[in-house]
Design a protein. Structure first.
Lengths: 359, 396
């Protein structure tokens, strides 16, 4: 049977689109060359964050997603752990507090807390921190389990796509005709006509130290690094534990194509940032490192909508490092636009015909 | 010409000597206090003009033309020889994660240190390596209940060319004559509960066709070897082992490989490969005698791999609650219907623990049918964050 929609890409965004389309009664087929969550989705920490976003359309999408995740992620190690953003220098205090104040006006639950309260939340934190903001809405999940949960009941076919238009997809196993095509190929989306570039990230994983770190804790420089478009290496300290007791340490951002070699300068910078926040980590062994490629749009906004040049071809990509957090609202928005429903957020900021995005 | 050799087993020692004799400035790095590797374990008295031997030193990352060492430290090289050997592959069965079950390699290592392990021992697995392990245990006074070889000896009948080219290997069997009477083929330990061990006769696919109970305190398990290739995660490989050309060069320009990282063929093949790799790494033509020894040895290695290939029937030895991954306590029934190793790991936690899948990942892949990705670990050994923070700066 011919599917109504073919979704290209079985990552978290493709899965969320497929789930939302299917919930609207459409017959959906997902195609992926490697299978569910085999690319960017499995290469991150599974963050669902509002804390790192300034007021604007992406924060709106993040808040809408945050509201949708709990019922979708019940089998995916969903944890409302909260985020703790700390300033480590006197100069960073004003910026962090102003950022949090602006977020509060946009509906974010951002509580300024004293350094003493921060230490009560995270007893191993560097006592020299100068300010802290506690974000109650920040959460974490297992991105692979979440992708599988969203894809439940939906056919995922392992095949490589060579080309696609709005009515068909040409794969290594033949042509699939359909009513519409969704490009959810993340950092590989450029192949289908939108300007998305890979932005490398590396995560270190320690041996298990259960209970020592409780929240997602990051330094205030992280927000600046996320918003930057610089190709050079940028790092900030992002530390959190998983349910298995291991500690994940990020974050790095680097534009160097799809080069996946591990560089010692990245490991060194990540280690320094993490130890600056938690001195006790100096003695904890790293047992592995992994990396991936964020789908990066030059204007830092996701691309969600129909391609005006190719009717029937829809894009859902460019979420950079926030795809897990933005997935449910992205899927719903795309499905609503595709079926003519009223959208849950204003879709215009994410439209495809932005000058930075059309290639 | 700076040549760095990682590993001081038969392959690494031969590579280091040959490269030094060819005029290179050689550093041989090894994690053990003495040279010799698993095979000679501390019994090699290594000393050679032109070779600096860094003992007790772990290498963990190759980055361009630099080798990162624990410490931290950095060694620049013009050519690198990876001679890091292999480790045992156990197969899981009910009770393998309990007391009294160790790998054959671990048993041999302890025996070489003179450690008496148990009263009644069984060696089970596949391949000729089981015989020296059994001999070493018996020499220490253990009662050898049995040496169980899962494969059929008739598989070797198809390998006459390899056997004829390597007749000296038959002579080696004489050294194990004391344990040969206890050797039983098409047989394996498929369960252990306390000292009660279930020993099964197997068909050609290793499915049990009948079983009996034996009593033993210790079961030593070895179903072949997996190469230690973590330092070169991007090098091309066939199956588990690194691809090399006739000069032992890997797919990475100035990186050579010798010994068990390229295939399992015994110490003499490893040493010949080391000679070829050492000469080539130093920019010299490898000696014809060593090249010929490699050719002959590879015939034997290929025959060995075919005759002792792990057969799929082992998967029937497990119960749903049998442990597959010891570090993360993952049972057979916890494995998911994943399509990739990464998906399997993140949904079941198999291979995510301390051993980083060295023991279980290959087995988990076979149990689920997902493609084995060769476990490309980018950090070869665990390193404290404080040491990473102190890494030397890049000079470039």
């Amino acid at each position: 049977m011919q599917p109504d929609v073919v979704v290209m890409g079985a990552g978290i965004i493709g899965a969320a689109c497929a789930q939302a389309l299917r919930a609207r009664g459409l017959a959906v087929l997902v195609v992926d060359r490697h299978g569910p969550a085999s690319g960017t989705s499995a290469a991150g920490e599974g963050n669902v964050l509002v804390s790192d976003k300034e007021p604007g359309p992406e924060l709106g999408l993040a808040l809408a997603s945050r509201a949708l995740w709990p019922e979708l992620a019940d089998d995916a190690e969903w944890e409302e752990k909260g985020g703790l953003v700390v300033a480590t220098t006197p100069e960073a205090v004003v910026g962090l507090q102003a950022f949090a104040a602006a977020q509060r006006t946009a509906g974010v639950d951002a509580c300024e807390i004293s350094a003493a309260d921060a230490l009560a939340c995270e007893p191993h934190l560097n006592p020299g921190i100068t300010a802290a903001v506690h974000y109650l809405q920040d959460a974490q999940l297992n991105p692979v389990k979440a992708t599988r949960t969203l894809l439940r009941g939906i056919e995922v076919r392992r095949t490589e796509v060579s080309s696609a238009d709005g009515r068909s997809v040409t794969t290594s196993d033949g042509v699939i005709s359909c009513g519409a095509v969704v490009n959810a190929t993340g950092p590989w989306a450029r192949h289908f006509g939108v300007n998305v570039l890979p932005r490398r990230g590396v995560v270190l994983v320690t041996t298990p130290i259960p209970g020592r770190i409780r929240h997602k804790v990051y330094d205030a420089d992280y927000v600046g690094a996320v918003a930057s478009g610089d190709a050079d290496l940028q790092t900030s300290g992002v530390v959190e534990s998983t349910q298995a007791g291991t500690v994940l340490i990020g974050s790095s951002r680097q534009r160097k194509g799809f080069d996946d070699t591990i560089e010692s300068k990245v490991l060194k910078a990540l280690a320094r940032r993490a130890i600056a926040m938690f001195a006790m980590l100096a003695d904890v062994p790293v047992m592995r490192a992994y990396g991936g490629f964020r789908p990066y749009a030059p204007d830092h906004l996701p691309i969600i909508g129909e391609d005006p040049r190719t009717p029937g071809l829809w894009h859902a990509t460019g979420h950079e490092g926030a795809g897990v957090g933005l997935a449910p609202a992205t899927g719903r928005l795309l499905a609503q636009l595709l079926t003519g429903e009223d959208p849950l957020v204003d879709p215009r900021p994410f439209r495809v015909d932005r000058p930075e995005v059309m290639v | 010409m700076r040549v760095v050799v990682v590993g001081a087993g038969p392959a690494g020692m031969a590579a280091a000597r040959t490269a030094a004799d060819a005029g290179a400035e050689v550093t041989m790095v090894d994690s053990e206090p003495e040279a010799g590797g698993q095979y000679l374990r501390g019994r090699a008295r290594f000393g050679h003009a032109g070779v600096t031997h860094l003992k007790n030193t772990e290498a963990w990352l190759v980055e361009g033309d630099a080798l990162h060492l624990r410490g931290p430290g950095l060694l620049r090289f013009d050519a690198l020889v990876v001679a890091t050997g292999a480790y045992d592959r156990p197969l899981p069965f009910p009770g393998w994660d309990g007391p009294g079950v160790i790998t054959a390699g671990a048993a041999q290592a302890l025996a070489k240190q003179g450690v008496t392990l148990a009263e009644r021992v069984i060696v089970t697995g596949t391949g000729p390596f089981l015989l020296p392990v059994a001999t070493a245990l018996q020499d220490l006074g253990a009662t050898l209940v049995g040496v169980y070889e899962a494969s059929s000896p008739t598989r070797w009948l198809r390998e006459s060319r390899a056997v004829l080219a390597n007749r000296h290997k038959i002579g080696e069997l004489a050294g194990y004559r004391k344990v040969l009477p206890r050797l039983e083929t098409r047989t394996a330990v498929i369960a252990k509960h306390g000292d009660r061990v279930t020993v099964a006769k197997l068909d050609s696919r290793w499915r049990p066709v009948g079983h009996r109970t034996e009593h033993a305190d210790l079961v030593c398990v070895g179903y072949g070897f997996l190469p230690r290739t973590d330092l070169v995660p991007h090098a091309r490989r066939t199956g588990d082992f690194l691809d090399v050309d006739e000069r032992q060069r890997t797919s990475i320009g100035n990186v050579y490989a010798a010994g068990e990282v390229t295939g399992i063929g015994g110490a003499d093949l490893a040493e010949a490969e080391g000679v070829v790799a050492g000469a080539a790494a130093a920019g010299h033509e490898p000696p014809a005698k060593a090249v010929e020894a490699v050719r002959r040895g590879r015939l034997f290695a290929g025959a060995l791999a075919r005759a002792h290939e792990v057969q799929p029937g082992w998967r029937t030895w497990l119960n749903p609650d049998t442990t597959v991954c010891r570090c993360e306590k993952v049972r057979l029934e916890d494995l998911t219907d994943a399509t990739s190793m990464r998906e399997l790991k993140l949904t079941s936690r198999v291979a995510m623990g301390r051993c980083q899948g060295r023991i279980c990942a290959r087995n988990a892949a076979e149990l689920t049918g997902v493609p084995f990705d060769g476990q490309r670990r980018v950090i070869a050994v665990p390193i404290p964050l404080g040491e990473l923070a102190d890494l030397p700066e890049e000079q470039s």
